[in-house]
Design a protein around this ligand. Structure first.
Ligand SMILES: *[C@@H]1O[C@H](CO)[C@@H](O)[C@H](O)[C@H]1NC(C)=O
Ligand SMILES: *[C@@H]1O[C@H](CO)[C@@H](O)[C@H](O)[C@H]1NC(C)=O
Ligand SMILES: *[C@@H]1O[C@H](CO)[C@@H](O)[C@H](O)[C@H]1NC(C)=O
Ligand SMILES: *[C@@H]1O[C@H](CO)[C@@H](O)[C@H](O)[C@H]1NC(C)=O
Length: 387
């Protein structure tokens, strides 16, 4: 087993003077940068001229869906494989035993940072802050920074210090020291929340040009430009996601990928690329970006069988729901699944949740999509699920 793990990881040296001398090579990319815009429907974004121009340099994911509304649960889901019933944007907090992508990355020495435009200082945990726009409104908002909700991040000073500003990103970029996993939230103007579709796509186009330039990165870098959720609650939560960056082979530039994806696909893709363990939640079974799935031989991508009846505008029950009648304890991760990285659950997660030998869990590894309408999560024993 140990030999299998180390064969997945080729550790290479990068430029002299780098903060971290070692780089954990991935199978398709060595760096992943995800940039989050706000609240637009697929149909409107896909015809926008800035997006059309970026699309020529990347892959358009045509069937990418957010999980629910409003913003916050989608951000929370993307890093932890569940949104825990959240259906609002107010202050929430999750205990130490809820792991995130950070635990998976650090386990394999993959460096990471979150960059939040107009955050007043590293590791800021407040609700909101004014910043560069001078509008006396909220530029930085906690609801668009999922990391600070998780005690497993905030209880460790080293991790908290990795939640930095866009100025810090620009400094790292100039020094060729951008970490290997990067989560970026622009401020409330640039992400389109308080502006327009066009404002945010123009900002994105401009922001991305230096990152897409020749020699911008020495390492293979995959960039995802995504939206947290759609604008129209009465329609399926269909959003645009574009994959960009020098990790995209020339033959795939300007193409589209019609596989079904959600924000959980970011987690499964990272797992497949770097051979990471999994979180034991809805990350297991989420379709892996085809660009990576094809390269690593991952063959489990498929449409969720309950897709026709899913209402991804309604949050299912859980501890972060605002209706006390549908609050449930945090579900136990499924310790029996094998993830897209070919590995089991992160051993530290299994240890944190060790309890009675039999327990119920909603995580079945099937890739089904759950909602608070006709498809509530079904709890079973890990052994009871067929996968
Ligand atoms: C953040 O907002 C919550 C309510 O959502 C409130 O209870 C809390 O006091 C606020 N924190 C700060 C620092 O303002
Ligand atoms: C991560 O880095 C530490 C310290 O350099 C090393 O002991 C460990 O073996 C590395 N782990 C992996 C999975 O490469
Ligand atoms: C954004 O809009 C909200 C209301 O939706 C407002 O409270 C906030 O001040 C605005 N922020 C900015 C930066 O304009
Ligand atoms: C989906 O759920 C939302 C929120 O409960 C509801 O307003 C909407 O009518 C539902 N849509 C469908 C198609 O049932």
């Amino acid at each position: 087993m140990q030999r299998f793990i180390s064969s997945l990881l080729v550790v290479a040296c990068v430029g002299i003077g780098s903060v971290s001398a070692e780089l954990t090579r991935g199978k398709v990319f060595d760096r992943f940068i995800t940039i989050w815009l706000e609240n637009q429907d697929y149909a409107k974004v896909v015809v926008d001229s800035s997006i059309a121009d970026l699309k020529r340099q990347g892959i358009l994911l045509t069937r990418y869906y957010a999980h629910t509304h409003p913003s916050q649960p989608n951000y929370l889901a993307a890093i932890a494989g569940d949104y825990f019933g959240n259906n609002h944007d107010d202050w929430v907090r999750l205990p130490e035993n809820v792991a995130t992508v950070v635990d998976l990355l650090e386990d394999k020495n993959v460096t990471w940072s979150g960059y939040f435009e107009d955050v007043p200082g590293p590791g800021y945990m407040g609700n909101a802050s004014d910043g560069s726009t001078g509008t006396d409104g909220w530029d930085y908002v906690r609801k668009h920074n999922p990391f600070v909700t998780y005690d497993s991040v905030t209880n460790e000073g080293e991790r908290l210090l990795r939640l930095e500003s866009f100025d810090d990103f620009q400094r790292a970029f100039a020094a060729k020291q951008v970490p290997q996993f990067v989560f970026m939230t622009p401020n409330m103007m640039n992400d389109g929340h308080n502006t327009t579709l066009d404002f945010a796509t123009k900002w994105s186009h401009k922001f991305l040009q230096p990152l897409l330039a020749d020699k911008a990165f020495n390492e293979r870098t995959l960039i995802s430009l995504t939206y947290d959720e759609s604008e129209t609650y009465t329609e399926p939560n269909h959003i645009v996601t574009l994959l960009l960056g020098n990790a995209i082979p020339p033959a795939l530039k300007g193409t589209q990928d019609d596989t079904f994806y959600t924000h959980y696909s970011m987690l499964s893709t990272l797992q497949a690329n770097w051979g990471l363990h999994h979180l034991g939640r809805y990350d297991v079974g989420a379709n892996v970006f085809k660009l990576v799935a094809d390269k690593v031989g991952y063959t489990a991508n498929k449409d969720p069988e309950n897709l026709p009846t899913v209402n991804n505008s309604a949050s299912y029950p859980g501890i972060l729901h605002d209706d006390p009648a549908v609050r449930l304890p945090i579900p136990v991760p499924n310790t029996k699944l094998v993830g897209a990285g070919g590995l089991g659950i992160l051993p530290a997660i299994e240890a944190a949740w060790s309890g009675p030998p039999t327990y119920l869990t909603p995580y079945d590894g099937s890739g089904r999509v759950f909602d608070g309408d006709r498809n509530p999560p079904v709890y079973n024993t890990p052994q009871g699920f067929s996968s």
